[in-house]
Structures are given as structure tokens and as C-alpha cells.
Design a protein around this ligand. Sequence first.
Ligand code: SAM
Length: 234
Amino acid sequence: MACRGTEYDNPALYSSEDAFSLSSYWNDRYKREGGAAFEWYRDYNSLEPVLDRHLDKSQPVLHVGVGTSRVQYQMHLDGFKSIHSVDYAPVCIQQLSELHAGVPALTYAVADCRSMPEYGDGSFPGGVLDKGTLDALLCGDSDEEESLQMLLECYRVLGPGAAYLQITYAPPRTRLRYLQRPGLDWAVSFWEVGQQGRREGPLAVADLSAEELGAFPKQAYSHFVYVCVKPAAV
Ligand SMILES: C[S@@+](CC[C@H](N)C(=O)[O-])C[C@H]1O[C@@H](n2cnc3c(N)ncnc32)[C@H](O)[C@@H]1O
């Protein structure tokens, strides 16, 4: 996936990639795939040390845009006590609810992460996980506005001192402008995770010059994990 605000920007891709911002696209796809697991970008093993470090296993975690990922199940096996996963495509939520019906630590609901009135302020003190969901949203026509709505909602439901983790293909040069907007009063750092599993981070954005930030990606075919920590007292 490569949509707005990336170095891979290519207008020729827009017509097909616009579909990534539509719930109907995802619903049809999950129906066709019949519940088969698909993991975007990175598998759990290459992400586990980063998730373990920045999310709180003992507290409820929100997973936005779960799709047909199984990351939440592997996190549960690693000791996460409560993971609530949402998606705006009802088909995958139905499939995962049935699959994990016997796992009380894993709950699922249909929700649109641009507006989540069903969850109160600070209701996820364990953190919020986004693996490819903002990326999908950025494929739409109103990417500026909708990405801000989503990030403000994630910020709102985060507990004080908790982290929103965003896993994406987008390097700091193109992604930070979305994460550092008014209303998002969090401290941003990031990891680069290479294809061979080599990790560099966490690097605090505030400590790096524009030139240093612009030097990423440093590895071929790497992904980034942005760690956005809400202030402990707001
Ligand atoms: C690229 S897929 C990533 C799926 C999964 N997180 C993974 O890593 O395999 C993006 C997912 O985000 C969901 N999504 C996109 N926009 C959303 C929104 N506004 N609210 C909830 N889910 C959304 C899509 O339905 C899709 O399942």
C-alpha cells in the first residue's frame, strides 16, 4: 500500500488504491477470503519487542483496523490481558469474533476509528495499536481531514501516559506531518524495523534534525513504528 504523503506517491496508482479507504472494499475482500489470516507489513515476531516495550500488558489495549490480522492473539499468548479490536468492515469482525469466541481476553466490535463515541476518554490505558489503518485511510480523497479525525480519536481514548503505536511503510519525512498536528499533544519517537528483523530505535523526533530525519529509511524494504506517548497528566 502506498498512498498520499509518501515518497512513493504516484498519481497513476490512485484509482486502484483509493479503494483502500472504503469499507465496502475491505468487506468484499474479507468475504472473498473466507476468514483466512493476512498480516500486513510485518509478522508478530519482528514487532514483539517493540509492542512489549511500549504497550502495557496489564491494561486494556485498543487495536484499530484489525482486518484479518492475528497479532492480537499472539499478544494475548504473550501475556496481554485485554485487547479490544475494532474494524469498520463487519465481515472481519464477525469472522474473528467466531474464531476467538473462547478467548475472553480478546473482544471485537464494529467501529469506525474516525469517530468512536462508544469509548470514553482515556478508556485504553494499555495503549492503541494501528497496523496499516492510517495508511488505508490516507488512500482516500479527504485524507487530511479524516486522518486528523482518526488520530484525535486515538489520542482521546488513550490513557494518560499511554502510547499510540502506528506501524507503517512511511518514513518520518512524509509521516510526521500527520502525527504532529494541533490537538495531538504527544511525544513522538520511532523505530525502523528492517526486512531481516534488524531494529533501530526508539529515536525521539525532538532530538533529531530535519536532515537526520530525512536520512530514513536507512534499510531496504523496512517499516516504521511510530510511538506517540500521551502526557501523563492532561
Ligand atoms: C491495511 S489493512 C490492515 C489490517 C491489519 N491491521 C493488519 O495489519 O493486517 C487496514 C484495515 O483498516 C480498516 N479500516 C480502514 N479505515 C477504517 C476506519 N475508519 N475505521 C475502522 N477500520 C478501518 C480496514 O477495514 C482494514 O481492515
